[in-house]
Design a protein around this ligand. Structure first.
Ligand SMILES: NC(=O)c1ccc[n+]([C@@H]2O[C@H](COP(=O)([O-])OP(=O)(O)OC[C@H]3O[C@@H](n4cnc5c(N)ncnc54)[C@H](OP(=O)(O)O)[C@@H]3O)[C@@H](O)[C@H]2O)c1
Length: 253
């Protein structure tokens, strides 16, 4: 039996990924602060197992407690495969270095980088001495490799996530485990995160007008298109351990 854990499943890309997985008959655990009732209904319709674990990923202790519970719950079912999608993310703080409050800095790094590291470590640990194969997808961003004025923390968190993905993949290959870890850059999507970006100021974010134009000119990609490309790759079994996938290469295929 296959289980998927999706962080940030309540909306945006995480919601679209979860909808697709439920439709494919995969049992899902959704993690976010709020629960999306549509997902629960869809799972009932499709008769797949669905459970929501509320968790504020910016709180270290809460992450540790909730994911210990999730790991305990899933491993006792002896799953053949666990798909872990570290999707939850925040873009804030959007400010130049020297103008940022300390709290949003910590929150960003905790949600975007520390939580995925902690959760990946936990699941690869628990999978030892079992027959369960763990497949991890870390949702990254083009900002991981392009410095963007006003986004120093977001760029750094996603760059860190890319390096964590590549290092973990190297270790798993050397250990000759069946586990696999990839990162995936979804491109610029029409989600609440883009609304947050558009509500920032030109003083804080130099590219504001460019990002407003993406929305006005209908250049934002729908989350459903992006999630389908990612889940097609994951379910195909063709994903390459350690690779950082870009949405464009998957859509052009
Ligand atoms: N949108 C883009 O253009 C874009 C581009 C490149 C990369 N990405 C990446 O794609 C991923 C998904 O982004 P999105 O655009 O779908 O964002 P979104 O619409 O803002 O959704 C963010 C998700 O993360 C969850 N989340 C935020 N803070 C949380 C916290 N403290 N604890 C638990 N969950 C939290 C939210 O759930 P709750 O609020 O219910 O907790 C929500 O489900 C992110 O990793 C983002 O960096 C997005």
């Amino acid at each position: 039996m296959k289980y998927a854990i999706i962080t940030g499943a309540s909306k945006g890309l995480g919601k679209a990924i979860t909808q697709r997985l439920i439709t494919e008959g995969v049992h899902v655990v959704s993690v976010s602060r709020t629960e999306n009732e549509e997902l629960k209904k869809l799972a009932q319709e499709k008769q797949v197992y669905y459970n929501h674990f509320p968790c504020n990923l910016s709180l270290e202790n809460e992450v540790q407690e909730v994911f210990m519970d999730i790991a305990h719950y899933i491993f006792q079912k002896n799953p053949t495969e666990i798909l872990l999608i570290n999707n939850a993310g925040v873009v804030e703080p959007i400010h130049k270095v020297g103008c940022m409050d300390p709290t949003p800095i910590t929150r960003n790094i905790q949600i975007n980088l520390i939580a995925p590291i902690y959760i990946s470590n936990l699941f690869l640990n628990k999978a030892q001495h079992t027959n369960t194969v763990v497949q991890i997808v870390n949702i990254t961003s083009g900002a991981a490799v392009r410095p963007i004025d006003g986004w120093s923390v977001y760029c750094s968190s996603k760059a860190g996530l890319n390096m964590f993905t590549q290092t973990t993949a190297l270790e798993q290959a050397e250990l000759k485990t069946p586990h696999l870890i990839i990162a995936f850059n979804p491109g610029i999507m029409d989600t609440d995160m883009q609304a947050v970006i558009r509500s920032s100021s030109t003083d804080a974010f130099k590219e504001l007008e460019r990002f407003k134009a993406f929305k006005e000119n209908n250049q934002l990609v729908q989350a459903a298109v992006v999630s389908n490309a990612l889940i097609d790759l994951v379910l195909s079994g063709d994903a390459e351990n350690g690779k950082i996938y870009q949405i464009n290469e998957l859509i052009q295929k």
